[in-house]
Write a protein of this length. Structure first.
Length: 316
């Protein structure tokens, strides 16, 4: 895509669309890609896993904190993480994009680069979308996935006696948000965790193959998201703090900001780690790590105590 100055308004709707779709990669599951009235995606399994996600400027991202490419990566990561949490592999992405007419075309190029890179990482393709004008930059994404013959892993399958395990980073994005909120831009590894999450996509299907009974991605906080598993399954999830890893870097940042880093790990969202329950005795391979057990009762406990849910909930 050739670099170009100018704005979205100067390029017009179809000019923006042309920039986004120019040279898009395809994957075998794409039968009809962008440019027609609708896309056609092959579904060898006979079922389609579908999830929709939105990012709104100044609510999910800030342009003075994140580059356009960061936002593209994060948008696709949020959408594909939900697919992985069902035990499926991502296959396609539809992107609706809204922006003020004054937005520079270089920003459109950047967000497209991020979206494409995240798609390439999971071997999925952008197959369509829409463009419109809005007061703030907004992305609406629909991700599709393939179960490859496996049963979907839902929130409702946890059973008493199961092991609770997690995979991926926890608390890093929340720590990065806290650092940025204080006006700092370092440590870079922590700040970048907020800007560009790294979900363990391929561990979702592997968890399904290992016999996971329930699974979710951690978008709103570990306690909050496991709370959904507890409610759907009609059980209690007992976590043990000694099993929950608090990385040294988060401890260092917590000390500097006078925050208990365990709060970030238990209640911080935006890392898109995976949390799942497995039958007792399951040989869990790295990077999965046990953090608790499923018991009779309701809700989530940490060392036997209720933990403030924290996390994020819209309209709350």
């Amino acid at each position: 895509m050739a670099p170009e100055t100018g704005t979205v308004a100067e390029a017009g709707e179809f000019g923006v669309i042309s920039r986004v779709v120019a040279g898009l990669a395809t994957v075998p599951s794409t039968v009809v890609g962008p440019g027609d009235d609708a896309a056609v995606v092959a579904t060898p399994d006979g079922r389609v896993v579908a999830s929709t996600d939105m990012l709104v400027e100044n609510r999910h991202f800030r342009r003075d904190w994140s580059t356009a490419e960061d936002v593209g990566h994060k948008a696709a990561a949020r959408a594909f993480s939900d697919i992985s949490a069902m035990g499926a592999v991502p296959t396609a992405l539809l992107v609706a994009f809204a922006a003020p007419g004054t937005l520079g075309l270089d920003w459109v190029d950047g967000v497209t680069t991020g979206l494409r890179a995240e798609c390439a990482h999971v071997e999925a393709a952008i197959v369509g979308g829409d463009v419109t004008a809005a007061d703030v930059v907004t992305l609406g994404l629909t991700a599709l996935g393939d179960l490859q013959g496996r049963a979907p892993v839902t929130l409702a399958g946890a059973r008493v006696g199961d092991v609770v395990a997690v995979c991926g980073r926890l608390g890093w994005a929340a720590a990065g948000f806290a650092v940025l909120g204080r006006g700092f831009r370092s440590p870079v590894t922590v700040v970048n965790a907020h800007r560009r999450p790294e979900p363990p996509y391929f561990e979702g299907p592997r968890a399904a193959e290992l016999g996971a009974t329930a699974m979710t991605d951690v978008s709103d906080g570990l306690v909050a998201d496991l709370g959904h598993v507890a409610t759907a399954s009609g059980v209690r999830l007992d976590l043990r703090a000694e099993l929950i890893d608090v990385p040294a870097k988060l401890a260092e940042v917590g000390a500097a900001l006078n925050v208990d880093p365990l709060v970030w790990v238990l209640t911080g969202g935006d890392d898109y780690a995976l949390a799942a329950t497995f039958p007792a005795g399951t040989d869990l391979p790295a990077p999965w790590r046990p953090v608790g057990v499923v018991s009779e009762g309701e809700g989530v406990r940490v060392d036997g105590r209720r933990w403030p849910v924290g996390g994020h909930e819209h309209f709350r």
